[in-house]
Structure formats: structure tokens, C-alpha cells
Design a protein around this ligand. Structure first.
Ligand SMILES: *Cc1c(COP(=O)(O)O)cnc(C)c1O
Length: 360
């Protein structure tokens, strides 16, 4: 698709927030990318315009039947000012996988990545450069056609918004307490758990609320059929280090294939550390702990990169992992991935993509 991206300038730029108050998802930059779809035109009118509220018809199908998907990735500013993305082509591909599952028309991945780079370059002053900070990029698509019949919509909007985000952790990765959920499930095989739909998140909130009310930070989800096999932790993929080997649940159709998950697996292989993708029961995890072999547990996702698990609660039992301290391997993976993202370490896998003016 060879399309020109229209640019509409704002009259006045917003005031930038203080680095210390960034948090996550609180502030949005001056511009957003928007593109529309109509069944008769395909995707059309790509534009970078001032960030502003949208007007939608109350009958817009997204409000009723929920065709809504999203992605999440980050732009990083290296010490020398270089702007980098981390494996963004994987997010573009996954966006199309999500589109496919929800009967949303496919997007041109190369074009969207070019548009995102152009938006980021326009907004380069919004990329924070403090330790652990980044510019969070949120592409999303939803149905807009006003119609109350149930079928895939004929009209959609694709937007990309940018949010400067602060360090997920303070000085140190801090281990979290996790509740193993047995009443509610996140996703089923044959459903939509393997793609990034908004509905997955809506379905997860009840359990998250329950876990928080009981003093836990996140949920460990089990499979929906047997309530036995480990799937994910909160909105991250999960890894266990047992007796020197690393294991993560095998993708089965109800687990989200995380970019961070894939990167962790690749790194471990590169380091010659045994890593397996397998069906793992929660029982096996507790048994490994009993034998003294459960060495580390961590979540992996774009937001936190690595999130160490310090405690697991299941079936009236609580176990503490690695003395509630960050494991050596968790720390090493965190440093390697963030080092690559920030251009502080070599990039043997060619994972980073530079955002430079010549490319837009
Ligand atoms: C986004 C997401 C992940 C992590 O994926 P990354 O690509 O690593 O950010 C894991 N699980 C769920 C349910 C997700 O939505």
C-alpha cells in the first residue's frame, strides 16, 4: 500500500509531565495516528492528527458485539539519543492474527510499522530517557459501523496512541505474591485467548479483583478444562526454573504468544541453558518446591519485561520461592533484554529497529 500519511498540526503543544510522575498510561502525547476502513474502500485516509476524543455513533458495533483488539510495544531512547523499537514486526504480525480471529480486515504490516515510526519521530520529545522509562505504543482497532445485527462490521478504525511511561520497578525487581485461580478462567482452547482482544481483559477483571482483595498482586491462570495446567500469570507469560532447567507452558491455543516469552526462550537457547515448552500442572510445580528444586518463577511481558514471583498460593497452601528474592537467572534475563532495548548491549539477534528520519 503506497499511501501518503496526512499530517494535521496542533495549534499548541501540551505541557510534558514530570519524569517522576509518569506511572503507566496516565499521559498521552500531542498526536495520534488514525486510519479508517470501509468495506468498499479498504483501509483509507491514514493521518497523524492532534490527540483528541473521538465521536462515535451509539450504535457503533464495538459497543454491542465487541470487535476490539490491540497491541502493546515500546520505543526506547538510547544514551546517544537513538530511538529504538524491540521486534515490532512481531506485534504487527500478531495484530493481524488478532484481526483474523475477530473477522476484522487485515492491515498492511509494513505500512503500519512505517506509520508508527513516523508518529514516534514526530513525538520524539515525548520519549523519556530516565532509567527504565519508555514511550508505550498502543495500536488498536475496533468496529465503528452503526448496526445492531450480529455479523462482522463493514467499518473500522485503527488508532495508535503514545503514552510516556515510568520505570516499572524502583531500583530493584521486586517479587510479587500470586494467587492460583481455580474458580474463574481466562481463556479456553478454541476461544480467543491466543490473540489480544479487549474482551479477554474484561473477562479477567473479576478474578483480578478477588486476588487483590485477598492481598495478591496477580493471578496465575490454569487451563479452563481441567483446572490443572498452568497457562499465564496476570497478563504475562510464565516461566519456572526447576533443577537448573527452564520450563514454560507450551502454546496451546489459549495462551497468548508473547514477544517477551519468545525472546526469553531465544536468549536461554543462546546461553545453552536448557529450556522446554511443555504442559505443566500446578501440582508438579508444588511438588518441585517440596523437593527443593523450584529455583525461580517469573512472568514475562512488554510492560515489566521480567516480573519475579516470590510467593504462590494454591489450594490452601502457600510456597515462597527463592526466599522471596529475585533469582539470578531472572535478573540476568532482565538485564540482557533491557540492555538490548536501550542499546547498551550488543544485539546478536537483530531484535532492535531504529526510528530514524531517513526511514520515514
Ligand atoms: C500482551 C500479553 C502478554 C505478553 O505479551 P508481550 O508481547 O510479551 O508483551 C501475555 N499474556 C497476555 C494475556 C497478554 O495480553
Amino acid at each position: 500500500m503506497k499511501q501518503e500519511i496526512t499530517f494535521i498540526q496542533r495549534k499548541e503543544l501540551k505541557e510534558k509531565p514530570e519524569m517522576a510522575s509518569l506511572g503507566f498510561g496516565k499521559y498521552y502525547s500531542d498526536y495520534m495516528f488514525v486510519m479508517d476502513y470501509h468495506v468498499e474502500n479498504g483501509w483509507y485516509d491514514p493521518r497523524i492528527i492532534p490527540y483528541a476524543p473521538l465521536t462515535l455513533d451509539p450504535a457503533a458495533m464495538v459497543f454491542h458485539y465487541g470487535q476490539a483488539i490491540f497491541e502493546g510495544l515500546k520505543a526506547y531512547k538510547a544514551a546517544d539519543g537513538t530511538i529504538q523499537l524491540f521486534r515490532p514486526e512481531k506485534n504487527m504480525k500478531r495484530l493481524n492474527d488478532s484481526c483474523d480471529r475477530l473477522c476484522i480486515p487485515q492491515i498492511d504490516e509494513t505500512f503500519l510499522l512505517r506509520a508508527i515510526k513516523q508518529l514516534i519521530f514526530t513525538e520524539k520529545d515525548w520519549i523519556p530517557d530516565g532509567e527504565g522509562t519508555s514511550l508505550y505504543i498502543r495500536p488498536f482497532i475496533f468496529s465503528t459501523e452503526p448496526y445492531l445485527g450480529v455479523r462482522p462490521a463493514n467499518q473500522y478504525k485503527l488508532l495508535v496512541i503514545l503514552s510516556p511511561s515510568g520505570a516499572y520497578y524502583g531500583d530493584q525487581l521486586s517479587p510479587v505474591k500470586i494467587y492460583v485461580e481455580e474458580q474463574y478462567v481466562r481463556a479456553v482452547i478454541g476461544g480467543v485467548g491466543h490473540v489480544k482482544t479487549s474482551g479477554n481483559y474484561a473477562a479477567s477483571m473479576k478474578a483480578q479483583e478477588k486476588a487483590e482483595a485477598n492481598g495478591f498482586a496477580q493471578i496465575l491462570w490454569l487451563d479452563a478444562k481441567e483446572n490443572k495446567y498452568v497457562e499465564e500469570v496476570g497478563s504475562m507469560n510464565i516461566f519456572f526454573k526447576i533443577n537448573g532447567e527452564v520450563v514454560t507452558p507450551k502454546l496451546n491455543g489459549s495462551i497468548l504468544p508473547g514477544v517477551t516469552r519468545d525472546s526469553v526462550i531465544e536468549l536461554l537457547k543462546y546461553w545453552n541453558i536448557p529450556v522446554h515448552e511443555a504442559k505443566i500442572s500446578i501440582e508438579e510445580i508444588f511438588a518441585a518446591h517440596e523437593r527443593g528444586e523450584l529455583e525461580e518463577v517469573f512472568g514475562a511481558g512488554t510492560a515489566a519485561v521480567i516480573s519475579p514471583v516470590g510467593e504462590l498460593h494454591w489450594n490452601e497452601r502457600s510456597i515462597t520461592i527463592n526466599d522471596n528474592k529475585i533469582g539470578q537467572l531472572s535478573q540476568r534475563i532482565y538485564e540482557e533484554i533491557t540492555g538490548i532495548q536501550l542499546g547498551k548491549k550488543g544485539d546478536p539477534f537483530n531484535w532492535t529497529v531504529k526510528v530514524a528520519p531517513v526511514e520515514v
